[in-house]
Design a protein around this ligand. Structure first.
Ligand SMILES: Nc1nc(=O)c2c([nH]1)NC[C@@H]1CN(c3ccc(C(=O)N[C@@H](CCC(=O)O)C(=O)O)cc3)CN21
Ligand SMILES: CC(C)C(=O)C(=O)O
Ligand SMILES: [Mg+2]
Length: 282
């Protein structure tokens, strides 16, 4: 997929959109060669790579650095960059200069921002300026302090109705696609049916127009708390741990490096040098 039109087409043909996060070049390269439709440089970066306990501390500088790396690793994949916390809540000029950095400096194809009605004016203005915007509703981690934790959203009738209204508002504002996070599967299906833009779910059941997962969750890397909606397709933490332990052990026992991993010089080069072993032999 190269353009936002390709996203719309997928909804029309009912072919699921596959998206995964990535934060660096080698991971992005693997996502591209695995054939993923799109890559999200998520602000989950803060939690899975930078070691913060939330996405709140992530800055525009952080996002620019990692979006650049992802773009280099996956030059032919549609890349969406998260606008980090508080980078789209001031003047539109301030928002625009942050978006400019992600799109022009770092090479993102689109930006994503969290929220419903409150961010619709930003979605509209950015779209009119020619920047594709992906919305994000349901569990919005940048508002964790207001929501009182990472909880399933839309569990009662009133909040479910509100989420459907938010999805419609985000669509109306011009978003080309919408992430919906951590809602009951029935609501994920209903919202996907109620809007014409493709809905990409994470913890929103199987009936959305696509799925997104955090890279490290998907490959089982890192011991951060893993939400229920995650499926770990492998466990690279175990493999990395084993490799590190073997290396540590082999170095201590002088089993690494062997000749296969060493360089040599011709004997005469060292002759007479600082009374070295070769010198003494003569
Ligand atoms: N590694 C990682 N994966 C993610 O999916 C992710 C991040 N980090 N960081 C940013 C946000 C935060 N996310 C989270 C974090 C925790 C839960 C969680 O623990 N949810 C509970 C539901 C509790 C309830 O029943 O209300 C769960 O058990 O899944 C959900 C989403 C999703 N995003
Ligand atoms: C979980 C996805 C949707 C996200 O916003 C992120 O990775 O930051
Ligand atoms: Mg995010």
């Amino acid at each position: 997929m190269k353009t936002t039109a390709d996203f719309m087409k997928r909804k029309q043909t009912n072919e699921p959109i596959t998206m995964v996060t990535a934060y660096d070049a080698p991971s992005a390269k693997l996502a591209e060669s695995a054939g993923l439709d799109a890559i999200l440089v998520g602000d989950s970066l803060g939690m899975v790579v930078l070691g913060y306990t939330s996405t709140i501390p992530v800055t525009v500088d952080d996002m620019v650095l990692h979006t650049k790396a992802v773009r280099r690793g996956a030059p032919n994949t549609f890349v969406v960059a998260d606008l980090p916390h508080l980078s789209y809540h001031g003047s539109f000029d301030a928002t625009l200069s942050n978006v400019r950095r992600l799109v022009q400096e770092a090479g993102a194809d689109a930006v994503k921002l969290e929220g419903g009605a409150t961010v619709c004016s930003e979605i509209k203005a950015l779209t009119e300026a020619g920047v594709p915007v992906m919305g994000h509703i349901g569990l919005t981690p940048q508002s964790v302090a207001v929501m009182g934790g990472y909880k399933v959203q839309g569990k009662d009738r009133e909040s479910a109705r509100k989420l459907i209204e938010e999805a419609k508002a985000v669509e109306k504002a011009g978003a080309f696609s919408l992430v919906i996070e951590c809602v009951p599967a029935e609501l994920g299906k209903l919202i996907s049916e109620q809007v014409t833009i493709p809905v990409i779910g994470i913890g929103a059941g199987v009936d959305t127009d696509g799925q997104v997962l955090v890279y490290h969750d998907l490959i089982g890397y890192g011991d951060v708390h893993v939400p229920k909606f995650v499926k770990a397709y492998t466990n690279v933490s175990e493999q990395i741990q084993q490799a590190l332990e073997s290396y540590h052990d082999e170095v201590k026992r002088r089993q690494f490096p062997t000749e296969a991993h060493s360089f040599t010089v011709k004997e005469d080069v060292l002759q007479g040098l600082y009374g070295g072993k070769i010198d003494e032999d003569n």
